[in-house]
Design a protein around this ligand. Structure first.
Ligand code: HEM
Length: 432
């Protein structure tokens, strides 16, 4: 199908997009979620409002992208799966992942990370990321250390009869420190505190000053784990992977450390979905591939990366003879594409099967881990950690005790507040 070329949004549509689409997401925090704003936006289901604005634009203008100018910055909002695929596939040629706003947000704590590296330096850093991460996931010693870290850290959770986000997240932070920096970092709460202070600055992107001293402390603490006589976790993979002066391994690791903090959100929501569904829950206990599909579907339903941003690096050409100048932002809005009821019959329900029968893989507009040359190289580490963690937690029979609408029968809300989900264990432990 040929998608028509771009149209330009009028001022009324630009204001609607800004106020209804962008502001609630900005309030939630693109880099570090703000719990209070999350609670309010989930109560109002603001992602549903944003999706309606995009739906309405597509209805009136057709599926071609819409050019929007706000505060002097022009962005191309994608509305069709075909255009989404093109932009993701052409990352590295016509588009860069080092979009201006994303760079401003992430450079507070991870300058030089591959995701915000423009130009020719990116290829070398990408190769380093892939080699270090793939090397670790292929190493049975690393996999065993991850399994041990997860099982040890969730033991106290299994011993209690209630589960809250606070306890779950604290255990997950220990897991992530052990996986990224090695067991020696288990109790290094300062490194997490530094990361999160700088992430909270990142929520303001260019509007917040850089705190160089905090960043230097974060980097120095990271380096200490690389300098150990026997580094553990992904740090060992970093030491074993050839790097040049331009690779900046410590900066690459900051992205891993930051990005891993999205996993507990989707894991906890997956637990919420399964707690309301006895049959899928029984299947997830026995079938690891299905459990991974459950995590992926929770990511589809509530993507932790709310937008994938690109900047065009050359003049780009679109149907209808349109050209769009280099330096234009391109906006791929995950909640819109992954819940697109016009294209996906399963848009608003939990449907892990789509990850097993090839439907989700074939559709590039479903991209919780992105697609194309800048797709997430950490996907395997994340999914295997999530599967181990959820297999462990499902040894108990959890019941949802908070009033979230996660059950079957009604469309799932588009905005979820994971922080207020609470569970109680059923009266028997499933695996003893
Ligand atoms: C639930 C957890 C995660 C999700 C949902 C996720 C998702 C994503 C997405 C959507 C992108 C593309 C972003 C963009 O283009 O703007 C990305 C990039 C990336 N992710 Fe992940 N990620 C996760 C965890 C991780 C972890 C744990 C690691 C490393 C251990 C990792 C490493 C990376 C790297 C290095 C990139 C940049 C790739 C490039 O620019 O070439 N991610 N991830």
């Amino acid at each position: 199908m040929t998608v028509p070329g771009p149209t330009r949004a009028g001022w009324a549509d630009s204001v609607r997009l800004l106020v209804i689409g962008v502001l609630p997401a900005f309030a939630q925090g693109f880099v570090l979620r703000r719990p209070l704003a999350l609670r309010v936006t989930a109560a109002l289901d603001t992602h549903a409002w944003g999706c309606r604005v995009l739906d309405d634009l597509r209805e009136r203008h057709g599926p071609g992208p819409v050019l929007v100018t706000v505060f002097g910055r022009t962005g191309l909002v994608l509305l069709s799966a075909e255009d989404a695929r093109r932009v993701l596939a052409e990352t590295g040629t016509s588009f860069t992942s080092a979009n201006r706003e994303k760079t401003a947000a992430l450079s507070h704590f991870e300058p030089d990370a591959v995701l915000i590296t423009p130009g020719p330096l990116k290829a070398g850093r990408r190769r380093f990321n892939e080699a270090a991460l793939d090397g670790c996931t292929a190493d049975p010693g690393f996999r065993e250390a991850c399994r041990a870290a997860v099982e040890e850290e969730i033991r106290p959770l299994l011993a209690g009869d209630t589960l809250t986000w606070g306890r779950f997240h604290a255990a997950h932070q220990r897991i992530v420190r052990r996986i990224v920096f090695g067991d020696a970092a288990r109790d290094d709460e300062r490194i997490t505190e530094l990361r999160d202070m700088l992430r909270s600055d990142g929520n303001w992107a260019m509007l917040h000053r850089k705190r160089h001293r905090l960043r230097a402390e974060l980097f120095a603490r990271t380096q200490r784990y690389l300098d150990l006589p026997e580094p553990g976790g992904l740090a060992r993979g970093v030491c074993a992977t050839p790097a040049t002066a331009e690779t900046r391994p410590v900066a690459q690791m900051q992205h891993w450390f930051f990005a891993f903090d999205a996993a507990p959100i989707s894991d906890y929501l997956t637990l919420g979905l399964l707690a309301c569904r006895p049959e899928p829950s029984a299947r997830a206990r026995a079938d690891r591939a299905y459990l991974r599909a459950c995590v992926l579907d929770a990511q589809r339903l509530w993507p932790t990366t709310m937008v994938i941003l690109r900047d065009s690096t050359t003049e780009t050409h679109w149907p209808g003879g349109w050209t769009v100048p280099a330096g234009t932002a391109v906006i791929f809005c995950n909640p819109f594409f992954q819940r697109d009821a016009r294209r996906l019959p399963y848009a608003d329900r939990f449907e892990p099967e789509v990850w097993l029968d090839g439907r989700a893989e074939a559709d590039w507009s479903i991209a919780p881990f992105s697609r194309g040359p800048a797709r997430c190289p950490g996907k395997e580490v994340v999914l295997s950690t999530s599967a181990t963690l959820l297999t462990g937690l499902l040894a108990r029979d959890w019941r949802l005790t908070s009033p979230h609408r996660l059950g079957p029968g009604r469309p799932l809300p588009r905005t979820a507040d994971h922080t207020s989900l609470r569970f109680a264990a059923g009266d028997h432990a499933v695996h003893g």
